[in-house]
Ligand binder design. Structure first.
Ligand SMILES: O=c1ccn([C@@H]2O[C@H](COP(=O)(O)O)[C@@H](O)[C@H]2O)c(=O)[nH]1
Length: 273
């Protein structure tokens, strides 16, 4: 099944535009699990079980697994998501970007080893750096960094190019048009920059937007929806730490569910539903 179809179906089934980010930090785990990297799978599995009916997708960030030599736990976690939440797409957040030959290996890692449905990519090495993903995996989602949520995102992405366009605007235009050979591209745009979300939406009316930055980074959920959601152009609004660490106690999964529900409802209220 194509990533975009899977996303649309999960969004409708769960009535949700929320993406729960899986960024496990053992130092923040509850009770006896605190500091124990062998519990990464168990911690994330509990979050998935508590929130799977409230989300449109999950987004594990690979660094939180690789830093603890926990790639095998990530493989098991994605298999667990398949069992607990069949049909809910998994976006592997790895922000890959390299020459074609290396990109082929990254693509194999994401889509064959981890069995992800979508992958985040840096587009800044150009079209030939994303072609290997498109050519070999036309049904998978490829979500390009466009206007990231961090303050330093402005350093390069807001630079004006020859001809007057800003760099992030060029990324949005190419992703909506010339680069989108199989209709599989999406864009990352930070919730911390609602005016830029709106501009990206003008340039890319139908692409799915992955929008991190609500919750711990302080982006406003309602402004995000107003700026980014359009008929035919959906959003995946990501929250990671605010959900995962809603409680540091034994009730962490229940607290994560409550926070996910609150965020989902805020997003839905902003779209008038
Ligand atoms: O522009 C970007 C791109 C990716 N991220 C990632 O999203 C989550 C955000 O986590 P929070 O705890 O909700 O702040 C994290 O995995 C980042 O690597 C981003 O924040 N901004």
């Amino acid at each position: 099944m194509k990533f975009t179809d899977m996303l649309q179906a999960a969004e409708a089934r769960n009535g949700s535009l929320l993406c729960v980010g899986l960024d496990p930090e053992p130092a923040k785990f509850p009770g006896d699990w605190k500091g124990d990297a062998s519990r990464i799978h168990d911690f994330c599995a509990a979050i998935v079980e508590a929130t799977h009916d409230l989300v449109s997708c999950f987004k594990p960030q690979i660094a939180y697994f690789a830093a603890h030599r926990a790639e095998e736990q990530l493989e098991r976690l994605i298999q667990h998501i398949r069992r607990v939440a069949p049909g809910v797409p998994v976006i592997l957040d790895a922000k890959r970007g390299d020459i074609g030959a290396t990109a082929q290996q990254y693509a194999k890692e994401a889509f064959e080893r981890y069995q992800a449905d979508a992958l985040t990519l840096s587009p800044f090495m150009g079209l030939d750096s994303i072609e290997p993903y498109m050519d070999a995996y036309p049904d998978k989602g490829l979500i390009l960094l466009c206007r990231t949520s961090n303050p330093g995102g402005s350093d390069l992405q807001a630079q004006r190019l020859e001809g007057g366009e800003l760099l992030y605007e060029r990324v949005a235009r190419l992703a909506q048009g010339a680069w989108n050979r199989h209709g599989q591209l999406g864009l990352v745009v930070g919730a911390t920059f609602p005016a830029e979300i709106e501009r990206v939406r003008e340039l890319a009316p139908t692409l799915p937007l992955l929008i991190p930055g609500v919750g711990a980074q302080g982006g406003d959920a309602a402004s995000t929806i107003r700026a980014g959601l359009r008929p035919g152009g959906t959003v995946m609004v990501n929250s990671s730490r605010a959900v995962l660490y809603a409680s540091a106690g034994a009730d962490f999964a229940t607290a994560a569910r409550a926070e996910a529900q609150r965020t989902r409802d805020t997003l839905n209220a902003a779209r008038g539903g």
